[in-house]
Design a protein around this ligand. Structure first.
Ligand SMILES: [Zn+2]
Ligand SMILES: [Zn+2]
Length: 382
């Protein structure tokens, strides 16, 4: 991959989560060869504490959903939505685009805002989140990817949080340089006071605002703005690891699992342009989708206007288009090859059929029928 950016060398230098293709090939090869006996011996270890916590959370979330529909006041519904968006923003604009990818820079007030709302989101502290995410980009779809989609949809969605880390992930993750994160005082503060911060911002503050703001019952406010909102914001993030690595189209690089998915882009306020994002991880927009499918980009742009965000990195339009054309050419070639194979299959099946008809008095066409065309046309329509 050549230089594709506007501010070339600087961006490439800062491309902290750039994909490590050589290592991915090596990891995939070793997974099949020398790692095989170790992997066969190694069984996922379930972390029962997390299984119980997630089960309890989902039961609580259902109670919250019921209350949101039948009992909560209009203001509480609006407030729950606001808390949901704030939780998501702290992950998309904060932990993801700012800290994990360093795709733009932020002034301290914005960093503090994103760090505090990130405590509301409760997805591990930002240093840990960014480390896991860098592993995900560097060694996508291998054992060193924390939510490796090759291990199944459920594992990539939330199963990875209910099992112990794979030894290969521990080994490779330990090699990452995280000094840019650990030396950030805002992140160091979050890590130092993580428990009281999440206790207050995730499980108390959203309910207290509703109780003291418009006299909502604490019971209703807690189940809706805290528990239901927390659970739904988790699923929205998880869908990027599961659905956006499974469903959608791949216009920039068809050889990777991440796909462009407008639905997850809408729910995750702009993170569903995942094929673009894995191809150009340093681009602060994370996709070429329009603004209504990329609320986070709008938020960062507004922050930039206010002087709170700066140095946003973008891939040059020509490079993105170039990649799309290159990819389309590859796809067309692949499509042509698949069609050729199928035509040949069809012809040879027909030949066999004719020969069988000639050789036998009672031909059985159903047994000699041509193979169904395996090529899925819809794959190429998106
Ligand atoms: Zn991904
Ligand atoms: Zn990313």
């Amino acid at each position: 991959m050549g230089a594709r950016t506007n501010s070339i060398s600087e961006v490439l230098y800062e491309e902290v989560a750039a994909v490590d293709t050589t290592e991915i090939i090596k990891l995939k090869a070793t997974a099949q060869e020398e790692w095989k006996p170790i992997i066969e011996e190694w069984k996922p270890i379930i972390v029962w504490r997390n299984v119980i916590l997630f089960t309890a959370l989902h039961i609580g979330a259902f109670i919250g959903l019921y209350q949101l529909i039948f009992q909560a006041s209009f203001m509480t519904i609006i407030w729950t939505i606001i808390c949901q968006v704030l939780s998501e923003l702290s992950v998309t604009a904060g932990a993801h685009r700012l800290w994990a990818h360093r795709s733009y820079k932020a002034r301290t007030p914005l960093k503090i805002f994103l760090m505090l709302t990130n405590c509301m989101a409760l997805q591990n502290d930002i240093i840990e989140w960014a480390r896991d995410h860098r592993c995900h980009h560097k060694w996508t779809d291998t054992d060193a990817d924390p939510h490796n989609i090759e291990r199944g949809f459920f594992f990539a969605h939330m199963g990875w949080l209910m099992t112990k880390k794979h030894p290969k992930l521990k080994e490779m993750g330990g090699k990452l340089d995280l000094t840019d994160l650990t030396s950030d005082p805002v992140l160091a503060f979050q890590r130092r006071h993580y428990l009281p911060l999440i206790g207050f911002f995730c499980f108390l503050f959203p309910a207290l605002v509703a109780v003291y703001g418009w006299n909502e019952s604490f019971f209703v406010a807690w189940y809706t703005a805290c528990i239901f909102r927390y659970c739904s914001s988790l699923h929205v993030t998880w869908l990027i690891n599961s659905a956006a690595h499974t469903f959608g189209y791949r216009p920039y690089d068809q050889n990777i699992s991440p796909a462009e998915n407008p639905w997850t882009s809408f729910t995750a306020i702009g993170e569903g342009g995942h094929n673009f994002h894995h191809t150009f991880p340093y681009d602060y927009r994370t996709s070429e989708m329009p603004l209504f499918l990329n609320f986070t980009r709008g938020f960062i742009d507004v922050c930039a206007k206010l002087g709170l965000a700066y140095d946003m990195k973008v891939v040059s339009k020509e490079s993105a288009i170039e990649d799309r054309i290159e990819n389309e050419e590859e796809e067309l070639y692949e499509l042509w090859t698949v069609l050729q194979i199928n035509i040949l299959d069809y012809l040879s099946a027909n030949d066999q059929l004719e020969t069988a008809e000639m050789e036998s008095d009672e031909p059985e066409p159903s047994q000699t029928a041509m193979k169904p065309i395996t090529y899925n046309f819809m794959d190429y329509c998106f």
